[in-house]
Each structure stands twice: as C-alpha cells, then as structure tokens.
Design a protein around this ligand. Structure first.
Ligand SMILES: [Ca+2]
Length: 200
C-alpha cells in the first residue's frame, strides 16, 4: 500500500513539474511590433530624425520604443550615414528586442530627392537626311537618371511632320520632322527633348 502511495505522490510531482515546463513554454516568444516606418520621400536638405514617429510595442513588455536601434545602408548594402543633404536612396533597418530577447526588424526606404533632379535624354540631335533614309528616332536614344539608372525604355516619342502630329514615319516626302522625347522618372519628374530632322 505504501508503495502505491509513493507512486501516486511521485506521479503527482511529475505532473507538477511537467506543468511547470508548460508554463515556461508560455513565456514571451512574441517579438515587439515596430510601427511608423513607411517608405518616404523627402526633399533634399529636409531636417529629419530617423527615429521620429517610430514606435515599438510589445504585448508583454509594453512600450519598448527606447530600445530601437537602426542601421542605414545604400542600395548596394554598404553601411552609410543618413544625410539629407545628399540625394539618393537610404535603406534604414530598425531593430528592437523585447526583454525576452525576441527580435523584430523592419526596413524602410527613405528617398532624398531634388527638384532639379531631372532625367537626361541623350544620343539624339538635329539631323538632315535623304528621302531614302531608314532613320529610326529611337536609334542611339539613351535616357537615364542618377537614381533610376537607365530609363530609355520609358521614353515616349511623339512625331510631328511640318508641325502636324503624325503616327507613322514616311521620309519619301521632303519636309521637317520634329521628334519630341518625353521621359518621367520614378519621382514624377519629367524631362523633354525635341529634335528636328529635315528630309531633303
Ligand atoms: Ca514580446
């Protein structure tokens, strides 16, 4: 009988300790939530603190905003300093750990732009060609931007013949073509270039 009692007690102790284990598993395993890190665009020279408006809340520890740290990288992943006087793309990774060492990380893009930051349109200029020419107004065309890189694919070309908009090219008639090249970069800044091609 004593043995049975001992066994019962032992089982009870085992049960208790397994309960304890379950309690341990219920410890905080949920990382904090970082908010206020939407991508944004800022005009060059805008004063901006990278921690402004960024918060971190943890379901167990509460407000852990003060524990947020961040690193800034360029588009190639090199660690750089954030400087709104230098335009470009800044990738900011915010990191926060709760008191149980659960880590959260969020990366946002901050884009420092400039009004004067227009795309370039190159490779096309005024020309005189013969009526048998196979001139293509997109030949040698190159459009680019310091931030977007190659934008040639985004160029729209409008055709005008003797001042009237046309939709086909026909060099068999002498006259003046005007080609209007329009390109808009990712910040909505548009550049236009116009060339005249005389058909003789
Ligand atoms: Ca937590």
């Amino acid at each position: 009988m004593k043995k049975v009692l001992l066994l019962v007690i032992l089982s009870f102790v085992l049960l208790l300790s397994s309960c304890k284990n379950t309690d341990k598993e219920k410890e905080d395993v949920i990382p904090p939530v970082i908010e206020g890190t939407l991508d944004m665009e800022l005009e060059k020279n805008t004063e901006f603190n990278l921690l402004d408006g960024v918060t971190a809340i943890d379901v167990v520890d509460g407000d852990v905003t003060d524990l947020i740290t961040y690193t800034v990288r360029d588009k190639d992943g090199n660690i750089i300093e954030f400087d709104s006087k230098i335009f470009g793309m800044y990738y900011i990774t915010y990191i926060v750990k709760d008191l149980s060492n659960n880590l959260s990380a969020v990366t946002r893009l901050i884009h420092i732009s400039s009004e004067s930051d227009e795309p370039y349109i190159e490779g096309v200029e005024d020309l005189v060609i013969g009526t048998a020419s196979k001139y293509d107004p997109a030949d040698d065309l190159y459009a680019s931007d310091e931030i977007d890189g190659d934008l040639t694919y985004a160029v729209i070309i409008n055709y005008y013949f003797n001042g009237e908009e046309v939709f086909n090219l026909d060099y068999s008639v002498e006259g003046f073509y005007t080609f209007e090249y329009i390109v808009t970069n990712s910040r909505g800044i548009t550049a236009t270039k116009t060339i005249t091609v005389e058909i003789r």
